[in-house]
Design a protein around this ligand. Structure first.
Ligand code: ZN
Length: 500
């Protein structure tokens, strides 16, 4: 007879089949579905996700979880599965507190708001989006009041939802310190001359670029026996399970670096997913849903490793082989180009240093919107003022200002800080990698990047969601979270590049 725990896992496995089918439909919609096929896909997904939601919040689920929480059952589990069951209980209670009518209303409103945003952004019409944004804020407050309990529909709850254990007090401190150090650094950098970039806008065959993307993924340790790569409008990573991890890329004929760095980024996400321990399958521990931690892995590969000159030294022969028309590009020129720091208005086009300000600005505005100090009417002005304060530029339109990202239109408040937390973690991981594996420049120059991948697999990926972000930092680095290593990394690197 199956144990209580096995019964619970089997039920979760059943729900998981519906979730996985939704993931697959979503993947198909992004990569293959013809325009006229979208409605059918949406209907399928709606039916499957409703079924999964019903099962997840059913009495049967509650009984199964509670049976395993009985001390006689619970004490037989190891620490990992105990944590998994506690997570199931937490998720169950949170889901259960959302009234079904509200859930439907919320989902429909957010879908509509995204549609309105898309048009409003294209037409640069903030007035059209504004009432939806205002409603997104109140719906989000209500959602968290249900999930976390009355009175907790606040910004801290949202931060905690995307990155467990994070709150305004922690983030304010980290971001303030970063601002203090980075504002003068960026000022110093942008006063220096920038090199010519014309070699990097040459037209390069898209099929060759795809081959190069595939090469880069294999080079950093992505396993193609358990993963695939396709194309979509915006690159992303998704997974059915650890044995089926799916990435996409997007190719521009005149900007091969865009595709190269996008795929290294997505590869970092993918490698994380492929290396979560198999015993966590069908439990919440296999779902790596701490966004900052996830982002730390993609940004480790994209920025810390990928934008190091030594990453490229062993890669150049393949690069010249695929793109003979680039034979006059030296590794130094390429390195210089991929570390160009420039004040720009658009977050996704920005470099690793000014990116920090794009996030700090969004975080501060979200915090003040939820604290009631910034209204949607005043938002564009506050946005422009902060942009000017941090980067010395002002957007001329709302499309390239307050409406540029999809997050707010979909109700994802509290998500933005994750990106920068990821970089802050990376500063700390880098310090530890050098301590344990030796000089990163040497490792990369010798073509041994997979030594670093393996280190990340063993120290971070294998644990899945077992450890919360702050616990990961403590376990891996043996110290408290700090921005100092990231600041040191920026200062050393850019002082050298720009001759400051
Ligand atoms: Zn990412």
């Amino acid at each position: 007879m199956a144990s209580k725990f096995e019964e619970l896992i089997n039920y979760r496995r059943e729900i998981g089949n519906f979730d996985k089918a939704c993931t697959l439909i979503n993947w198909d919609m992004e990569t293959a579905t013809p325009k006229m096929g979208t409605d059918t896909m949406v209907e399928m997904m709606g039916a499957l996700s409703t079924k999964a939601f019903e099962m997840r919040t059913s009495e049967k689920m509650e009984q199964l979880i509670d049976a395993v929480l009985e001390p006689s059952e619970f004490e037989q589990l190891d620490q990992y599965m105990q944590k998994a069951v506690k997570e199931m209980k937490k998720n169950f209670e949170e889901n259960k507190r959302i009234p079904v009518e509200f859930h439907t209303e919320y989902t429909m409103h957010m879908a509509k708001a995204q549609e309105v945003w898309r048009t409003a952004k294209r037409e640069n019409n903030y007035e059209a989006f504004k009432p939806y944004l205002e409603k997104n804020i109140s719906y989000t407050k209500q959602l968290y009041a249900y999930i976390k309990g009355e009175g907790k529909g606040n910004y801290d709850s949202m931060l905690d939802d995307y990155e467990r254990g994070m709150d305004m007090a922690t983030i304010d401190k980290l971001f303030d310190e970063l601002k203090e150090e980075l504002i003068p650094l960026v000022k110093a950098i942008v006063s220096k001359p920038q090199p010519d970039r014309s070699k990097f806008t040459r037209s390069l065959d898209v099929n060759k670029q795809k081959e190069f993307s595939r090469y880069l993924l294999e080079y950093i340790g992505f396993d193609f026996d358990r993963g695939v790569m396709a194309e979509s409008e915006h690159p992303f990573t998704t997974n059915i399970d650890r044995n089926d991890v799916r990435l996409t890329n997007h190719y521009y004929e005149n900007d091969f670096l865009n595709a190269a760095f996008s795929i290294i980024h997505e590869g970092g996400h993918g490698i994380y997913e492929q290396n979560v321990h198999g015993r966590f399958e069908h439990t919440p521990l296999s779902e790596c849903s701490y966004m900052g931690l996830h982002e730390s892995q993609s940004r480790m590969f994209e920025n810390v490793l990928g934008r190091n000159i030594n990453f490229w030294k062993p890669v150049m022969p393949k690069f010249y082989e695929l793109f003979p028309e680039m034979s006059d590009v030296t590794v130094e020129e390429l390195y210089r180009e991929v570390n160009r720091v420039q004040n720009g208005l658009v977050r996704i086009d920005s470099d690793e240093v000014t990116y920090c300000f794009h996030i700090i600005l969004r975080y501060e505005l979200e915090r003040e919107m939820f604290n009631g100090n910034v209204s949607v009417d005043d938002l564009p002005k506050h946005w422009a003022d902060k942009m000017e304060e941090y980067l010395g530029i002002r957007p001329e339109t709302d499309a390239e200002g307050v409406m540029q990202d999809t997050h707010w239109s979909g109700g994802m408040f509290g998500y933005f800080p994750s990106y920068l937390l990821g970089s802050i973690y990376d500063g700390m991981f880098l310090e530890k990698i050098e301590e344990e594996l030796g000089n990163v420049d040497t490792i990369l120059a010798e073509g041994r990047i997979k030594d670093i991948t393996k280190w990340l697999n063993e120290k971070i990926h294998t644990y899945g969601r077992y450890r919360e972000p702050k616990e990961v930092i403590q376990a891996v680095c043996g110290k408290e979270l700090s921005v100092k290593p990231l600041i040191k990394y920026f200062k050393e690197k850019y002082t050298d590049i720009y001759g400051l």
